[in-house]
Design a protein around this ligand. Structure first.
Ligand code: TXA
Ligand code: MG
Length: 338
């Protein structure tokens, strides 16, 4: 199959919408990462997403809608859900709600709940409005690769597997949406993102964070979200995350870099001058900037053929929690506190 990568505009968005309505798979930009979309209510179309992505069938998809009203008949909207949608939609917040029988089992991997989100990227919204069906979309990477934040990343992973990629430039947020489970008494964050647990508590009155957000699952432990048990965001190189005062991180990175054969450094921009001629990549100067850059940097570092990535982390709270959740998984939880 020939994969067309087309700049987004009124015409290409209409073409993509027509493909979606005919049951095809199309990649499109959102404010978080690129998504691999298909008609969420079309069984065969959703199966085609799993095939293109090589995604395990037990990992459910997020259903994207153009507005709150499109949820009617798809899921049971609770009072808390309504408040959160009013506050943060369109935006990088995914809600887990109980589904109706209209949502096919392939979309939710047989679960009784469905993940729903209204993205705020203008191209995503225009596409949702043009195709008039809810779009099931995981991140548009092949399983186990970092999520794509540019159309070029999508092309790398999906070339020959899908008919069309809508190119809407760089994704602003850079990490996937916050996933919050609203099927229990208290909202529970299963995957942290740009909307923080504090943001959710401010509207819902309360919010917890699943313990598996910052630690590996124990042997035999059931994952609260199937995505958590699968291998994630893994660079080809071994990765170690270092956290602590800047001076300690700098010194330890230099020590480990010089002792290794083929290492690269990924550090906050303010530290870069300290590394001299060593190969070092910048990760911005705030958790928000790091979120925007992380997946792109993981791909760039992989391309150097390095065997060790020494990465500087953030404190795992607020917006730093989303960055550390992805870094921890990329590093297989090899995190060193200095
Ligand atoms: O920002 C995003 O959310 C992007 C863009 C494209 O919208 N999408 C995305 O989808 O990251 P995906 O499939 O890569 O991640 C969805 C996560 C997975 O960890 C999945 O297991 C979880 O949400 N999830 C989806 N439906 C669920 C359900 N019914 N119960 C529990 N977890 C669910
Ligand atoms: Mg994904």
């Amino acid at each position: 199959m020939n994969t067309l990568c087309v700049p987004s505009g009124p015409e290409s968005i209409q073409t993509a919408a027509d493909l979606l309505r005919r049951g095809q798979v199309v990649a499109f930009p959102t404010e978080t990462v690129y998504g691999l979309g298909a008609d969420a209510l079309n069984d065969a179309a959703v199966r085609a997403i799993f095939t293109a992505k090589e995604r395990p069938a037990d990992n459910p998809l997020i259903v994207h809608v153009a507005e709150q009203g499109q949820l009617e008949g798809l899921c049971h909207v609770t009072d808390t859900a309504k408040k959160l949608m009013d506050a943060y939609w369109p935006g990088p917040l995914t809600l887990l709600l109980m589904k109706t029988s209209r949502v096919p089992d392939v979309t939710t991997a047989g679960l009784p709940s469905v993940a729903v989100r209204c993205p705020r990227h203008p191209v995503a919204l225009a596409l949702l409005r043009a195709c008039k069906v809810p779009i099931a979309a995981p991140s548009a990477n092949r399983s186990g690769r970092p999520s794509p934040t540019t159309a070029a990343h999508v092309y790398e992973d999906m070339q020959g597997r899908i008919p069309m990629i809508l190119d809407g430039g760089n994704c602003q947020v850079g990490v996937e949406s916050t996933v919050v489970d609203l099927t229990g008494d208290i909202p529970c964050v299963l995957r942290p993102g740009a909307i923080t647990p504090q943001d959710i508590a401010a509207v819902a009155g309360n919010c917890t964070v699943a313990s598996s957000v910052m630690r590996p699952l124990k042997e035999g432990e059931r994952a609260p979200s199937p995505g958590m048990k699968h291998r994630h965001y893994a660079p080809r190189a071994k990765m170690t995350v270092l956290v602590g005062p800047d001076e300690n991180v700098t010194a330890e990175m230099i020590r480990r870099y010089d002792a290794a054969e083929n290492a690269v450094i990924l550090a906050h921009d303010s530290l870069l001058p300290a590394f001299g001629p060593r190969r070092a990549f910048g990760l911005g100067n705030s958790p928000r900037e790091s979120a925007h850059l992380l997946f792109q940097r993981l791909r760039e570092m992989d391309e150097t053929g390095c065997t060790l990535i020494l990465a500087q982390g953030w404190e795992a709270q607020g917006e730093g929690l989303a960055v550390m959740n992805r870094m921890a998984r990329a590093a297989a939880f090899d995190i060193v506190e200095l």
